[in-house]
Design a protein around this ligand. Structure first.
Ligand code: DGY
Length: 321
């Protein structure tokens, strides 16, 4: 609303959220096609009291330092906050909020899509049909691996990890997991806890990553850990690209030690190691974890609830520090 406080948004939002935002604020809309630099982000935020950002925006120490002094609230349209230097934001007195909980089911569904895609060779099958090279049903064509009866190892049993465990159990999978501490919900489900990742890996037919990004989980899946997985295992990553050492995973996919992988996230998104594109045995998605209309509207409404609270002197429901 003209005359109201100015809020800058880096990316377009679902229609319902944009409509709500414009009812309370003057809005400077962002551009989905660009990568913001610290300077262009600062220019975009000039004069605004709130800046709505997304995981595609880098708010490192330099970008935070350049934000105008008017910025009080920095809600991110994501549960992950690894794109924001929280320490710098806190030091500048800028409040940060995120969107936990509402994207659990959507992200767990994408993990299952990738698990099915990798194990049942969905990407290869789709490409075969599209190419026109399919010659018909054959008893030995594109033979995959059944989910039922296989053991799924989950690293990080928070909301999303648990939702994946629930779905995988319905497919007849046996669930084992590593977490900082045992999860009562996972235990109730009959999942087996491993205090160490290394001890769990040799028992995983499938490994799915669901831990937050942190210095401890960066490069978690390196060549040594991949070698601890049994030959022919599958790797699924819907968490953050930085958990995986690309050189190591690509070598394991090339050698066949890892039968196939399903990836939704990459180091340096939207760029990814180009060697992935040449591998038939990896299913690649463009960070679709939370991409359902229901989830994106719920995320957007949470962003706006937090923004309203922060700009009106109330404690936001989802502060990250
Ligand atoms: C998040 O919210 O952190 C996701 O990666 C975006 O879907």
């Amino acid at each position: 609303m003209p005359g109201s406080p100015l809020v800058a948004v880096t990316r377009r939002l679902p229609k319902l959220c944009e409509e709500r935002l414009t009812r309370s604020y003057a809005v400077r809309w962002g551009n989905d096609a660009i990568t913001y630099t610290p300077d262009t982000l600062a220019a975009h935020a000039a004069g605004a009291v709130g800046l709505i950002v997304s995981p595609a925006d880098t708010l490192d120490a330099k970008a935070i330092a350049k934000l105008p002094a008017s910025i009080k609230a920095l809600p991110t349209f994501s549960v992950g906050t690894d794109h924001i230097d929280l320490h710098s934001a806190k030091a500048r007195g800028i409040m940060v909020t995120n969107t936990p909980g509402v994207l659990t089911d959507a992200t767990a569904d994408i993990a299952m899509l990738l698990m099915l895609g990798a194990m049942r060779r969905g990407g290869e099958g789709e490409r075969l049909v599209r190419s026109g090279a399919w010659t018909g049903w054959r008893p030995t064509q594109l033979i995959g691996s059944q989910l039922g009866g296989k053991t799924l190892g989950i690293i990080g049993v928070g909301r999303i990890g648990l939702a994946v465990a629930t779905r995988a159990k319905a497919f007849g999978m046996n669930i084992i997991y590593h977490n900082r501490r045992p999860s009562p919900e996972a235990q109730t489900m009959g999942a087996t806890y491993y205090a160490s990742v290394d001890a769990m890996l040799p028992s995983c037919h499938v490994l799915s990553l669901h831990c937050p990004m942190s210095p401890e989980t960066k490069n978690l899946l390196d060549a040594r850990r991949l070698s601890l997985l049994p030959a022919g295992a599958f790797v699924i990553n819907t968490a953050r690209g930085g958990h995986v050492v690309d050189d190591a995973l690509i070598a394991a996919l090339q050698s066949g030690h890892i039968a196939a992988a399903g990836l939704d996230v990459y180091t340096g998104e939207p760029h990814l190691d180009p060697r992935y594109r040449d591998l038939e045995n990896v299913m690649l998605l463009p960070h679709l974890g939370s991409a359902t209309l229901e989830t994106r509207i719920a995320m957007g409404m949470m962003v706006l609830d937090n923004l309203d609270s922060m700009l009106n002197g109330r404690a936001p429901a989802n502060p990250v520090f």
